[in-house]
Design a protein around this ligand. Structure first.
Ligand SMILES: CC(C)(COP(=O)(O)OP(=O)(O)OC[C@H]1O[C@@H](n2cnc3c(N)ncnc32)[C@H](O)[C@@H]1OP(=O)(O)O)[C@@H](O)C(=O)NCCC(=O)NCCS
Length: 221
């Protein structure tokens, strides 16, 4: 269990599949999380059961999926994941999605991803973390930037959605950058937003993912 202020990350349970089923059949979640990639959704309970069978057996040294739970109501609202941990290069990929729309834009996503980043840099000898999104997902890009991720590249026109082309945005965060932000937050002076996992609000306001190779790269699978 990884505790934040408004959210906690916890191990995935078999019953989380029911939330994942709902989220992966929400067209707006599919559009944002995976630029409409049909490998992400819509999906069926049977397909998800297979996926969960695999996810629940992942080796946490290589990859993992954690449920994001909002603390006030104890309700699963999304998932974070990490994958492709490369112990030689010291690189891993991460992903996030908040499946409950009512929790968007209140800081939960930024806090959840920040907790995962802290956990991974704390537990693994990683040098950098990577993630990506597409140019239509400004909320995701904003949340990643807020945590210190830098846009490192663009695969121009790499994403096709509804007949229109978008760029794939590649983000990276180096350990030294993460450490500098933590020092800044610990100094208490100038506060780096999200560096201490503080959500922007909605404490009173009232999840899936897995890491499999058939999923869109940037999202929790
Ligand atoms: C992307 C996601 C993880 C962000 O989490 P969240 O809890 O909704 O977002 P937060 O409230 O933490 O932060 C969002 C930031 O984007 C900003 N934002 C929100 N809507 C925006 C928009 N339409 N355009 C630009 N910025 C926007 C917010 O102001 C906030 O920035 P700030 O903290 O500087 O004010 C979440 O919305 C989500 O999972 N969405 C659906 C699936 C998805 O997009 N997954 C990511 C796949 S790469």
């Amino acid at each position: 269990m990884i505790e934040g202020k408004a959210v906690r990350l916890r191990a995935l349970r078999a019953e989380d599949a029911e939330h994942q089923l709902r989220w992966r059949n929400d067209p707006e979640v599919i559009r944002l999380a995976a630029a409409g990639d049909p490998r992400f959704g819509p999906t069926t309970a049977e397909a998800l059961a297979d996926r969960f069978h695999r996810i629940l057996r992942l080796d946490p040294r290589e990859s993992g999926v954690l449920a994001v739970e909002e603390k006030a109501g104890g309700r699963p609202i999304g998932m974070v994941d990490y994958r492709d941990v490369d112990p030689y290069e010291g690189v891993a990929e991460v992903g996030i999605f908040i499946g409950e729309r009512e929790f968007w834009d209140h800081g939960y996503g930024t806090e959840a991803l920040g907790l995962l980043v802290d956990h991974l840099f704390g537990a693994f000898p990683l040098h950098r973390l990577e993630l990506d999104t597409w140019s239509g997902n400004t909320r995701a890009a904003r949340a990643f930037t807020r945590l210190g991720f830098q846009e490192e590249g663009r695969r121009r026109d790499a994403v096709l959605l509804g007949g229109a082309r978008y760029d794939r945005l590649l983000f990276g965060l180096l350990r030294r950058e993460w450490e500098a932000r933590r020092r800044l937050a610990a100094d208490g002076g100038h506060h780096a937003p999200g560096a201490d996992g503080t959500p922007t609000g909605a404490q009173e306001t009232p999840g899936d993912g897995s890491a499999s190779s058939d999923s869109p790269k940037a999202t929790v699978r």
